[in-house]
Write a protein that binds this ligand. Sequence first.
Ligand SMILES: [Zn+2]
Ligand SMILES: [Zn+2]
Length: 154
Amino acid sequence: MKMIDTHHDHFTESLEALKKTGVRITPQRKAVLNYLVESEVHPTADDIFQSLSSDFPNMSVATVYNNLKLFKQTGLVKELTYGDSSSRFDFNSVPHYHIICIECGKITDFQYPALEEVEHLAGLVTDYDVSHHRLEIYGVCPECSGSETSNPNS
Ligand SMILES: [Zn+2]
Ligand SMILES: [Zn+2]
């Protein structure tokens, strides 16, 4: 129940934020937003399109992409670019970090609030007005790191 409530809050709050900007709330726009709030992965525009196209036969990838751009401008989502062609999108709820699989590219969230101290310290020692920081961890995810039955090395 708790998770459903949280999701409901995030979704409702995001819709309200969108309405305040004067944006028209279309069913497609709602669906894209809902997908992002629910998504545990960090989907590309194409992932979202594939998942929603059966419900919205008239929707195009361009529609999805334009909605994502709009959400990004409103601060609802973050665009994650990793040098490849397709950006991934992340619903901007609680601050978190990413660990990225160097084999399959999967991105997993984790939280480590203690790192906010680094911002504070950086500001103190440099006199900068700190806005944000960026940290990414790389590694091999459990699926890629040999939960597979056939180990080529044995
Ligand atoms: Zn992997
Ligand atoms: Zn994330």
